[in-house]
Ligand binder design. Structure first.
Ligand SMILES: [Zn+2]
Length: 207
């Protein structure tokens, strides 16, 4: 049965789904590698440069056709197969890592599998914004699992950016989150995730 688009972004669901995915793939260290993760789940990744070359069109045409200057994901329901397209021109490596992880998050959160293309096309701007916010929340947790960073004492934007290989802007969001935390209470999934990261955490504690 297909799920209808939620009225509110499901941040807890996105966070939990990211942690479960890290466990499923036995990820036990940072930085997270979205290329490997996409490959591990059998997802094909093509760059905008490849699409432009193959179809003899400009990069601007590719972005226009995909409706995004950064990246997009297609789903083939019959084959249960995903293809990710990513704009490889200009972005910094942290930006590229973010875009790939954001697209991976749409797959993890089943945004395309649980909603038909028609449903997505006819949904409200609010519903579409919600799925983008969920994908951002999932990407944020994949690239910098909160329980792991908190346990390591990796709490400042510069340390987070260096450890997770994400932009300073993205790291600042995590720093602001931690600055509001008075002790981090781990979920059951996070306790298991922490044991998976145990050796890494012990070797990378920040004084
Ligand atoms: Zn998106």
């Amino acid at each position: 049965m297909r799920a209808s688009l939620s009225l509110m972004p499901r941040f807890n669901y996105a966070h939990e789904a990211a942690d479960k995915f890290l466990m499923q793939l036995s990820v036990d260290r940072l930085p997270f590698n979205p290329d490997t993760a996409l490959k591990d789940i059998g997802c094909k990744v093509y760059t905008y440069t490849e699409v432009a070359g193959h179809n003899h069109i400009t990069l601007r045409d590719v972005a226009e056709r995909f409706g995004s200057a950064e990246g997009c994901t297609f789903y083939r329901p019959g084959l249960d197969e995903y293809i990710v397209f990513v704009n490889d021109v200009d972005p910094s490596i942290p930006r590229l890592r973010w875009t790939l992880t954001h697209e991976l998050s749409h797959i993890i959160l089943r945004h395309l599998a649980d909603n038909t293309a028609d449903q997505l096309e006819n949904s409200s701007a609010l519903a579409l914004s919600n799925i983008e916010r969920e994908a951002d929340a999932c990407a944020n947790e994949l690239l910098g699992p909160s329980s792991v960073l908190y346990t390591m004492g990796c709490l400042t934007a510069s340390a987070i950016s260096e450890t997770c290989f994400i932009s300073h802007q993205a790291a600042t969001i995590k720093e602001n989150f931690f600055s509001k935390c008075h002790g981090y209470r781990c979920s059951r999934t996070e306790v298991l995730l922490l044991s998976q990261f145990d050796t890494y955490v012990q070797g990378h504690m920040i004084a």
